[in-house]
Write a protein that binds this ligand. Structure first.
Ligand code: SF4
Length: 348
């Protein structure tokens, strides 16, 4: 039987487990510091631990949750890592280098059960949730790929799967990612994207002051029911009502609304003009993403002129809006394309 993975546990959880096996509680911070802040890969490298303790830990815990199967580099510098879990499940993470930051797009499930009609991952179906260790090890494995050449500065949970359907493991991973003695990322550098699993949003935001991104993609329930089927369970007024309520309860960071522009479906000027009244009362920023074509969908991006018209109409309504440049489309690493073809994304 394989050993439990130490990366499945936040520092608080590890303290409890260490205590239960006779190890001092404070060792949890020490081990986490070696693993995440200093990036070591074995207990042997934790040189301020006694030899006896290193042997005991190695007998009780495993450290690696993922192995790298392959790495692809896009013409624009985007890196996509194909990864494998200990039980042979496959997933992908994507590193997007930009001038001032390097953003890692992290997966939370193997496949996805929500079957959004524009998304290649949805077409895969659902295998299982990733463990907390498999979530944080995506950061460790991408660091291994980078070999010290660059730092990962930002994380977006927009890879394979719907993060809020895996809330317990996601929150355990976030606790490690933002803990100053572990990865030490500022919470504002972490964004979790959801298609709108409404009952889980408040709990997610209570973990740390991270950013929330919502995959909106439509301005009417009629169209959103087609693109994002969970809209039938949590329609626009329920989803947006909850975001207004949370804003009222707590001063949150702006919510990013992701909007994939699909030719002839959600890209009209009426759609553009409906956005501002729809999002009224929510501190919103809209990101427009022209549809990234893939084999599992007939949807296509609108023409550049139509995209430009949509962008101008949204900006004229007073909303903050940006047009996202697609990254890594030649290696199927762009939004909506991750499908284990030598290439998904949460469409964001
Ligand atoms: S867009 Fe996100 S929630 Fe929808 S099928 Fe793709 S991975 Fe799942």
């Amino acid at each position: 039987m394989s050993l439990p993975c130490l990366k499945d546990h936040s520092i608080d959880s590890l303290r409890e487990r260490f205590q239960a096996s006779g190890i001092e509680r404070w060792r949890a911070e020490q081990v986490a510091g070696w693993l995440y802040a200093r990036g070591v890969e074995s207990f042997d490298e934790m040189t301020d631990l006694s030899r006896e303790l290193r042997v005991q830990l190695a007998e009780q815990w495993s450290l690696r949750a993922l192995e790298i199967d392959a790495v692809q580099r896009s013409l624009d510098g985007t890196l996509k890592a194909a990864l494998r879990t200990r039980d042979g499940a496959r997933l992908e993470s994507v590193l997007i280098p930009e001038e001032a930051r390097n953003t890692l797009c992290v997966s939370t499930q193997v496949g996805c059960p929500l079957a959004c009609s524009f998304c290649a991952t949805g077409a895969l179906g659902f295998t299982r949730n990733l463990t907390a260790g498999e979530i944080v090890d995506q950061v460790c494995r991408m660091r291994e790929v980078l070999g010290g050449a660059a730092e990962i500065t930002n994380l977006v949970f927009m890879g394979m799967g719907e993060p809020l359907l895996n809330l317990a493991n996601l929150t355990e991973a976030i606790r490690l990612l933002v803990h100053p003695k572990a990865f030490g990322l500022a919470p504002r550098r972490v964004t979790v994207s959801t298609v709108g699993v409404v009952p889980q949003i408040e709990e997610l935001l209570s973990v740390a002051p991270i950013h929330l991104a919502v995959s909106l993609h439509a301005t009417t329930d009629e169209v959103r029911d087609v693109l994002v089927p969970i809209n039938r369970q949590f329609p626009l007024d329920v989803l947006l009502g909850e975001l207004r309520r949370l804003e009222g309860v707590n001063k949150r960071r702006p919510v990013f609304f992701e909007y994939t522009l699909i030719d002839g479906l959600n890209d009209s000027l009426e759609d553009a003009r409906r956005l501002a009244p729809l999002l009224h009362g929510i501190p919103a920023k809209v990101n427009l993403i022209p549809m990234n074509a893939h084999d599992d969908s007939e949807y296509r991006a609108p023409s550049p002129a139509r995209i430009d018209g949509f962008l101008r109409a949204v900006a004229a309504s007073g909303l903050r809006v940006t047009l996202r440049r697609s990254r890594g489309p030649d290696i199927q690493a762009a939004c909506g394309q991750l499908a284990l073809r030598g290439g998904h994304d949460h469409a964001a």
